[in-house]
Design a protein around this ligand. Structure first.
Ligand SMILES: N[C@@H](CCC(=O)N[C@@H](CS)C(=O)NCC(=O)O)C(=O)O
Length: 238
């Protein structure tokens, strides 16, 4: 294992430990949105993590529009639709609803798609924000800044769940490259795991599908290298 990989895995594992198991276990979903939810966010933002944890716990599959700092593709849409640059920003086309504020997003998702009340680790605001900030602190520069990229014609798909340190590494690359993707959340006990295994052959995440190239792959480091090789305009694979 290279030193870079060792540091990636240890810091990403430390980040996961700051929010142990939160969003890793399915928490009960009442219904599946007919049209996918849309989440504008960036990986290192602690408030965005809280919104993603809620999606993960509910096994919801939002389309993620990455909005890293310096990004030119989706940040502007949030400003023009919502009035300000602030992330996370949720759009639910099923109900014509859009909103800022991670606490409001969590409450809305559990009300609309769960069984009403969000779990304590998302409801206790001071705890959620401080531990999510701690998690971000372990990888302060990943999933934060945009890298110029070529945009794919079709949405990529990433099978993931929030607290996996390996999934984080794959999500950071998607974020930095501003690659919109459908995030398919398959936490433990998710009713969607069986369908996932029938596609991938084994229960292991992250798993990337790129319909633009036909690539399907496991392994966070390979995924990150693939994404940079295929879509980055400047710089070598990070
Ligand atoms: N109270 C908000 C705070 C959100 C927030 O401060 N987001 C920061 C990123 S962590 C932001 O959007 N900053 C503006 C920017 O990145 O341009 C929430 O919980 O959603």
């Amino acid at each position: 294992m290279s030193l870079a990989r060792f540091l990636d895995v240890t810091t990403s594992t430390a980040a996961s430990a700051a929010r142990p198991n939160f969003g890793n276990v399915h928490y009960g979903r009442r219904k599946v949105p007919e049209q996918p939810l849309e989440l504008y966010e960036f990986e290192v933002c602690p408030y965005c993590r809280i919104a993603r944890e809620a999606m993960s716990a509910l096994s919801l599959d939002p389309i993620i529009y990455p909005c890293p700092r310096g990004g030119t593709l989706f940040r502007e849409k949030v400003k023009s639709e919502g009035g300000r640059y602030q992330y996370p920003y949720l759009v639910d086309p099923n109900n014509g609803v859009s909103m800022y504020e991670s606490a409001d997003i969590v409450a809305y998702l559990f009300q609309e798609y769960g069984h009403g009340r969000a779990p304590w680790f998302l409801r206790q605001r001071a705890f959620a924000v401080s531990t999510s900030m701690l998690a971000s602190g372990f990888r302060p520069n990943r999933g934060r800044h945009a890298v110029r990229s070529r945009q794919p014609d079709q949405l990529l798909e990433l099978y993931s769940y929030e607290g996996s340190p390996f999934c984080r590494i794959a999500r950071e690359a998607l974020c930095e490259l501003e690659l919109p993707h459908q995030l398919r959340n398959v936490p433990r006990r998710s009713p969607d795991r069986e369908g996932f295994v029938s596609i991938s052959g084994q229960m292991k995440v992250p798993y990337l599908l790129d319909p633009n190239t036909g690539v399907q792959m496991f392994e966070s480091d390979d995924i990150r290298r693939y994404l940079y090789r295929t879509y980055a305009i400047e710089g070598a694979a990070k």
